[in-house]
Design a binder for this molecule. Sequence first.
Ligand code: FHN
Length: 480
Amino acid sequence: MNLLQRSIATGLLLASPSLGYAQLEGSKPDQPPAHHPVPSIQDTETPAQHDARMAWWREARFGMFIHWGLYSIPAGTWNGKQVPGAGEWIMNNGSIPVADYKTLAPRFNPTGFSAHDIVALAKAAGMKYIVITSKHHDGFAMFDSKADPFNIVAATPFKRDPLKELAEECRKQGVKLGFYYSQDQDWTAPGGGAYATNGRHTPNNHWDKAQDGSFDEYLHKKAIPQITELLTNYGNFPVVVWFDTQAQMSPQNAADIVKLLNKYPKLIWNNRLGGGYKGDTETPEQYIPAQGFPGRDWESCMTINDTWGYKSNDTNFKSTETLLRNLIDIASKGGNYLLNIGPDSHGIVPQPEVERLQAMGQWMKVNGEAIYGTGATIFDTPTGTLSATEKGRDGKPKFIPTWNWRSTTKGNKVYIEIFQWPNGSFHLDKTPRHVTGAYLLADRAHKPLKITQNGESLDVQLPAQALDPIATVVVLNTTR
Ligand code: FHN
């Protein structure tokens, strides 16, 4: 059974022909083996210790994903032809030989990169943490690595370490920093993993003999030394390690990395390490699960357009309304939103992404209290319906969200984020708490709104106009 067959057999791999790459279904929680070769922190900590470790992450609710690397140079086009799929998958989708792909490195000189500006943009958006690709599947390290010369300091005229510069800026500006690392797939290192695309099923899905070799050797001579560098060379960072596409990681492979992670007891890491380790967070990708993951921390990661890594022809940017309502919807289900930007080959963030993040930040400045540190809704009002015809990624009836309102909670406050402004009053058939008062969060005076309660039902008298066209927040003071 080759990698692809094994991956599908383990249910970890959903081929996504429309995107031209195999999409790992990060939302299917691994079934951990009866034991782990090396117990992870999740195996040994108490619930109180876990809550303390996750506290800042649950407070944050909103983070910036950054996919940036050599792939931003071709930006979706190779030898004059557009290559389908995400920008960062161009080497795989285009079956580009290793030697040809490596010619990008001496051309990479992103002097437009400003760690200050990117961290300031995250802050302006209301984002509390950043996760950047330190090494994606192409095997190119965006940091100063002594473990492998195919990196931004040793192999490019840029010679700077963007992760070091981001770490310094994040410390200055009070933003947390995490690193994404592709521990399994590595398309330029001998023995590195590769997912199949374009119907290619070669041994290990490689398309160039230069990729062949021992996975164990790759893991122990490149991946684990680089993860060690990432954990030791950036001061108090990373606070998050974001693993990805773990298809061929055995329990022992994963345990060899867990040994490292265990040295950093505050570190948060996701459910994509592999080897049966479930990590701290579920990672639904490009969608929002209908009910979230009750009892688990989870983070929905999404692009602003359709690609993670920069593609010059991808201008399908989501509206600020969609992005903000996604954030609210995710928070109302107890999750975090990790929203991606894809800097170009000069290190510049595409202007449409800058504009949307700044607009989100304007809303967050006024209404962030309804998002940061909140818990999921206390109402069982459905937030959508199941399609009678369409299927979701999991093959079940697709969940179609309705965008009337959502709700988040924090202590005795219940926040109602209203998308469709009602005439006259906002009505709830069943309020599980006693409501003692209500006001509009964006009204600085917090002028009381007239409320009427009959048993469990509640009506809140509203002004004729919403205070915000995307979402106006009504705050209910309650007793439990
Ligand atoms: O293959 C990667 C993809 O390029 C991107 O990094 C996403 C982000 O979550 N993760 C994998 C696909 O699931």
